[in-house]
Design a protein. Structure first.
Length: 230
């Protein structure tokens, strides 16, 4: 498994409020993928998308990304074909809001991971909406690990032994829920720091999470993680 990180330098055609940045970037990526039939099929299919992305960089103090300015979008994936598409074809794409200019690609190192921490909120959906007050913390932690295991099994076409402890500790870095916008609605999530266990499978799952995101809505900007190595 390799995690590819594609840094796409983009030019903004219109101002974009930071609260709308995830949806605007997702629209840009979606419309680029729609030009290829197999990627359009992936977009429309109810399956793991195997990529994630972060918002515009640099940040703006007034939270408005400016028309006429250049910003960087970082997209990660564990899929070589997707990585090649993002690096070589998405870079020639534009829509009403964003025009891609250049891109670079690198492979994230597979060093021993001490911890991973969220740059964008992790989203866990329940029938009642935001998880707090609806399910227990134990259930949240169980679903966090189960989600990664399902992604790994799907990606590697295997079924791993689920009897292991993914992390030694988990910290919530937000005092109140963090919202992202999706289809005109606010979706609530959390920012976490997760200290990863030393065993091989926990390390593999943590590395994979850097490329496909944690929990849900990763192709909409949620669950993008960074890493601290030992």
């Amino acid at each position: 498994m390799k995690v590819f990180e594609i840094s796409v330098l983009v030019f903004l055609i219109k101002d974009i409020d930071s609260k709308d940045s995830f949806s605007k970037i997702a629209e840009f990526i979606d419309s680029g993928m729609a030009k290829r039939s197999e990627l359009l099929e992936l977009h429309n299919k109810n399956t793991y998308k195997n990529y994630c992305f972060c918002s515009f960089y640099p940040l703006e103090k007034d939270k408005i990304h400016k028309r006429g300015n250049n910003y960087t979008i970082r997209i990660r994936t564990v899929d070589y074909e997707l990585a090649n598409f993002f690096n070589k074809e998405l870079v020639n794409h534009f829509n009403d809001n964003i025009k891609a200019l250049t891109s670079t690609i690198r492979i994230l190192p597979q060093n021993h991971i001490e911890k991973i921490y969220s740059i964008t909120p992790l989203v866990l959906k329940t029938n009642e909406g935001y998880w707090k007050g609806n399910i227990s913390l134990d259930d949240f932690e169980r679903r966090l690990q189960e989600n990664l295991i399902k992604k790994y099994n799907s990606l590697m076409n295997t079924k791993i032994n689920e009897d292991f402890q993914l992390y030694t500790s988990i910290e919530f870095n937000n005092k109140k829920p963090v919202a992202i916008s999706y289809k005109g609605k606010k979706i609530l999530g959390d920012k976490l720091t997760i200290h990863i266990s030393d065993d091989k499978i926990s390390q593999q799952l943590a590395y994979m999470s850097l490329g496909i995101g944690m929990l849900e809505m990763n192709a909409r900007g949620a669950g993008y993680m960074n890493v601290k190595y030992l």
